[in-house]
Design a protein around this ligand. Sequence first.
Ligand SMILES: [Zn+2]
Ligand SMILES: [Zn+2]
Length: 391
Amino acid sequence: MIVSALKYFLVSGLLFVNTFIIAQGEFMNIGVMEWYNIQRFSFQVEEGRYAVFADNNKITELNKGEFIFIYKTGNKIEVKSPNVRFGQYQKIYLIGKETSNSFRATPITPEKDMRFYEDNLKVSLKPTGLRLVNNVDIENYVAGVVQAEVGPNPAPEFFKLQAILCRTYVLENLNKHEYDGFNLCDRVHCQAYYRSCSNKEIEKASKSTKGLVIVDSDINLITAAFYSNCGGQTVNSEDVWQKSVYYLRSVKDPFCVNEPNASWSKKISKSQWIGYLQAKGRNSSGAGPSGELEAFYQNQRKSNYDVGELNIPLKTIRSDWKLKSTFFNAVPDGEYVYLTGRGFGHGTGLCQEGAMKMASSGYSYPDILHFYYKDVHLVDLSALDFFREGR
Ligand SMILES: [Zn+2]
Ligand SMILES: [Zn+2]
C-alpha cells in the first residue's frame, strides 16, 4: 500500500491500459450511480481545477464553476462545452490539479439529482450507458460513507468508530466489484456513498482516525460486521453464517435495551404458524386443532427453535417470516401466536444503537470496539504493511 493509486490512475489513463486499476490504500475506485445507466451528464468544477484527458490527450482544463457535457453516442463518448465540441472518445479522465478538488455530476438522461464528489472521475462505456468511477482518496470516501450510514446526531466518538469500521470494510473488500472495473459500488450492497462529506464534525472525526483499521490476532483485517440493535445480547457468528469467528462472540449488551430498535412484535394466525411448523417436520398427530401448541421462550439467545421434536434454526424462521431478529418469544393465545422480539438485524458484531449509547455515555471508540469485537487490535495501515512485509 505504498504506491499511490492516483499514479496508477494517471499512468494507465495515459497509456490506454484497459485494465482494472486496483486502489492500494490511498485512493479507491468507487462505481457511482451505476444503476441509473447514465446516457448523458454534466460535470462542473465545485472547487479546485481539473484537467480533462480524453483517451491519451489532454483536451482542456476546467476552472471553478466551469462545466462540460459528457454523452454516450453509439459506442463513443462525446465531450462538449457550451462553446466547443471536443470530439468522440473511448475514455475520459477528469483529474483534480489542486490540493483539494471537488465537482458536481448531474445526470441529464435520465434526469437525476446533482451529486457532489471529491477528487477524480473516470468515465468509460458499458453496454447500457456510461460508467462513472470516482477515484477518491480513501479518507474522503470514508467521511462520505459515514455521513450516508449514520443517523443525524450521534456523539462524535461514534463517527470515529464508524470511520474505522468503514475503512476496515473497504480494505477487506477491495475486489468486490473486480469484474465491473472498480473496487466498490455506492449502494448498500457495498457501503452507501451518496456524496462527498458535507458535515464538519464527521470530517473531523474521520481525519482524527486517519489510517486506523481493525485486525485480528493474525494481523488480518476483521470482518467488521454490524447491525442496528442486538436486543441485549449479541450473536455468535456461527448462528448467522456457517463460520465461527473468534472475535464475533455473543456478549450481553446493556447499552441498547432502551434504544429505538430494541423491541418488536408480530402476530401470526395460529393455523398459519402450525402449518409452517408442520412443513418443518412438526408431528401433527399430537396437536389438536387449536391447542397443544407449546410456547417458545428465549431468556437468552438460542440458536434453534427447539420445541418438541422440532429443531429449526432461528435464522431460517427469521428469513421465512421476515422478522426483525432471531431473538423472540412465540406464545400462542386464542387464534393467534404472538411473537415478541428484541433487537433489529443479524446480531453478530457491533450493535450500532448500543455503540451510540456507549459513545454518548463517554466511552471511547477503542472501549466500544473491544466491547463488541473480542481480542482485536487497532492498527495503522502503515503498521499493517510493516507486519505483512515482516512475515
Ligand atoms: Zn456493491
Ligand atoms: Zn445491543
